[in-house]
Design a protein around this ligand. Structure first.
Ligand code: NAP
Length: 252
């Protein structure tokens, strides 16, 4: 039986006493969600590949533990879940960025890795969640809206973008009463975006400030707020939530 009061305690702190795992929690959307979860009274467990930024992030959010490993190494991923000291309440998976390339430059080895990162990783997390996430807790995966449009170079990312919401629906049924959802983000101002855009990032921000219906750039904090809402609203499962400031409504 799910404890229906567990997500909203009397003090109004929605995550108080709950444990939130962030796979890919040392930067960007993952770190910001960890910050917010900590501020809401959650205990936080962080993972990422590089130990130093991970330890810095862990100190900032007072993480109860950290493990540095590549989440696409499924042996290490299984070990991470096996080693968790007790059941957790929520798991957010951020991690690997996208791969896109025009057909002439398409690298099949990178594409295979990308399929592992974006299709098989959620399935492997879901297999582990059966024993490790409490009934009514959440699995939350990061997807995107950019891959819904068509353009040269988008052949794989468009397929993966369409696949994740379909997978989440099926996982939500199979893992019930654990809840499974996807956040589909447009441009978010994170270290990943800075890395992908290089010195053109400020131009992109200015373009977004002018063109987006919200007249500002979407930040990690916006996505983190949505992630916390999905963790705490126990009616939500099997769905994909867009957060793009209206980017899909304008051509840019
Ligand atoms: N930013 C955007 O505009 C945007 C839009 C739509 C979707 N997304 C998706 O949202 C997710 C997070 O994006 P972000 O912008 O927050 O990225 P970010 O700023 O690069 O942060 C990614 C985090 O994940 C960790 N990570 C990356 N690869 C990993 C792996 N293989 N195993 C374990 N940890 C890994 C990184 O640390 P280490 O490098 O140390 O591992 C870091 O902590 C990505 O999947 C991205 O594709 C982002």
């Amino acid at each position: 039986m799910i404890n229906e009061t567990s997500s909203h305690d009397q003090s109004g702190s929605t995550l108080r006493g709950q444990t939130v795992v962030v796979v890919g929690g040392s930067a960007g959307i993952g770190l910001e969600t960890a910050r917010r979860a900590h501020a809401e009274g959650a205990k936080v467990i962080l993972t990422a590949r590089n130990p130093e930024p991970l330890e810095r992030a862990a100190r900032e959010v007072d993480a109860i533990s950290t493990v540095a490993f590549d989440a696409t190494d499924f042996k290490l991923l299984d070990k991470f879940f096996d080693d968790l000291p007790s059941q957790v309440d929520h798991v957010l998976v951020t991690g690997p960025g996208p791969y896109y390339a025009p057909l002439a430059e398409f690298d099949f080895e990178r594409a295979r890795q990308d399929i592992e990162s974006h299709l098989l990783l959620p399935i492997q997390v879901a297999r582990n969640a059966r024993n490790r996430v409490r009934p009514g807790g959440t699995l939350l995966f990061m997807g995107g809206t950019g891959g819904r449009s068509t353009a040269t170079g988008m052949v794989l990312i468009s397929a993966l973008t369409a696949a994740l919401p379909a997978m989440a629906k099926n996982l939500a049924l199979e893992l019930a009463p654990i809840r499974v959802n996807v956040i589909a983000a447009g441009f978010v101002d994170t270290p990943l975006s800075a890395q992908l855009l290089g010195e053109t990032i400020e131009d992109r921000r200015n373009q977004l400030r002018t063109m987006l219906p919200i007249r500002r750039v979407v930040e990690s904090a916006d996505v983190a707020a949505l992630a916390i809402h999905i963790m705490t609203n126990t009616a939500l499962t099997g769905a994909t939530y867009d957060i793009d400031g209206g980017q899909q409504l304008v051509s840019m």
